[in-house]
Design a protein around this ligand. Structure first.
Ligand SMILES: *Cc1c(COP(=O)(O)O)cnc(C)c1O
Length: 399
């Protein structure tokens, strides 16, 4: 059985720093907080060459030494790619803004990164049935990678989750349900049954490995920018796994001596005005974000009223010198239309939200035109409702 060198030393409670043993099944830490994977970065630094790693194929799986999956047979792969940085040359001529288009990944969203790792580790640890609540893309990624790994999956979605997400999840073998509640309520239901032993709960940050997958966005981005980091990152923040994961990646790369400069990007947590618990907590100077009541936005991926990793999101945003920004649904639709028409790039609503937040920051001077800004487009725009075309043409009427 072929293995990659094992650099994992232990897991660590993100709140208390208390250690937990690697290589056994975990959800939250014993104190009820997310667990983070820790590596022997000193030893890795001495034995691993960044350019050799970057030259490998396999998309995010190329970062094997920085990931927890050990055995090659537990690498669950669906044709992963490095996602491109797409310039917005027509809509923002001369500006340093680029879109990292995560819609090119298997299952059409960056949820592939996290779920591939969660499923790979579930396989390595012998788990047979995984379950989670989902606003759509996570469930689709779970069902796809679980099917590939021969593991059963159950997904519970809010009733207004886009039809396409429910359908793709079902076709990929997921046992998927519509439920009469928002994502945190769906999560309470799946957790109660996980506690009874019915399945293993792979909710955002409630197992240690999805964040390791999302971390690869930060590794990949740095490599794409010649082992440097951008000035500012706009990230559509729901559970916040990607923002937290990238911040972890930057720290690990720094420890590995892989970065050309110590300068880290300002991290901007972007939310919708109709569901902005992180923005509210950021502005109030709080470390935790109470649940947002009556959450509503067209950007389903960031309709997360309560995030267990709220303090990790807020810590990273503050430490980076960044901020949290809410944008309106109208601004989201406007940003999507602008870039699609001018640059031929169809963003998902969450990606468009980041662009709307970039516009605000440019207008008020927080981001200069020449600064390198990365806007995360986390899913293919093709999965979302678009305006209906009403123009009719009668081909026989006028000869
Ligand atoms: C899940 C999701 C998000 C939020 O990502 P987190 O890392 O969980 O905050 C944003 N956009 C889309 C399209 C998503 O599917």
């Amino acid at each position: 059985m072929s293995q990659t060198a094992d650099f994992v030393t232990h897991l660590e409670c993100a709140m208390t720093g208390k250690r937990a043993t690697a290589g056994v099944v975990h959800n939250l830490s014993e104190d009820g907080w997310p667990l983070l994977v820790r590596y022997d970065l000193e030893r890795m630094r001495a034995s691993l060459d960044r350019d050799e790693v970057w030259a490998r194929g396999g998309g995010f799986w190329k970062w094997r030494e920085l990931l927890p999956v050990r055995s090659d047979e537990n690498v669950v792969a669906l044709g992963e790619v490095d996602t491109p940085l797409v310039a917005l040359s027509n809509s923002y001529p001369g500006a340093g803004a680029v879109v990292k288009d995560e819609g090119r990944l298997p299952t059409g969203s960056f949820k592939a990164r996290g779920l591939a790792l969660a499923v790979g580790m579930a396989k390595e640890l012998g788990l047979k049935h995984l379950a989670m609540p989902s606003n759509g893309n996570a469930g689709a990624a779970l069902s796809a990678y679980a099917a590939r790994a021969g593991i059963a999956s159950t997904v519970v979605c809010p009733a207004d989750t886009p039809e396409i997400n429910l359908s793709e999840t079902a076709l990929q073998g997921g046992d998927v349900f519509r439920a009469d509640g928002l994502i945190h309520q769906c999560g309470a239901w799946t957790k109660a049954r996980a506690d009874e032993g019915r399945w293993f709960d792979v909710s955002t940050l409630k197992e240690p490995y999805r964040i390791e997958g999302k971390k690869t966005m930060g590794l990949e981005l740095a490599a794409q920018l010649g082992w440097s980091l951008p000035d500012v990152i706009f990230y559509p923040t729901g559970g916040g796994t990607g923002l937290i994961g990238m911040w972890k990646a930057f720290a690990e790369m720094e420890a590995l001596g892989w970065l050309e400069a110590a300068q880290k990007p300002r991290m901007v947590a972007v939310q919708a005005e109709g569901c902005a618990p992180i923005v509210r907590a950021f502005e109030a100077g709080e470390r935790h974000a109470p649940a947002w009541e009556n959450a509503t936005t067209i950007a389903m991926g960031i309709r997360v009223p309560k995030a267990i990793g709220d303090f990790l999101i807020l810590d990273a945003v503050r430490e980076s010198g960044g901020w949290a920004q809410a944008v309106s649904d109208a601004a989201i639709l406007e940003a999507r239309a602008k870039v699609a028409a001018a640059d031929g790039l169809l963003l998902c609503p969450e990606g468009a939200a980041c662009l709307a937040a970039y516009d605000i920051a440019r207008a008020d001077g927080r981001v200069r035109a020449d600064e390198r800004a990365v806007i995360f487009n986390c899913a293919t725009g093709l999965k979302y409702d678009m305006p209906r075309v009403e123009k009719q043409l009668s081909l026989s009427a006028d000869g």
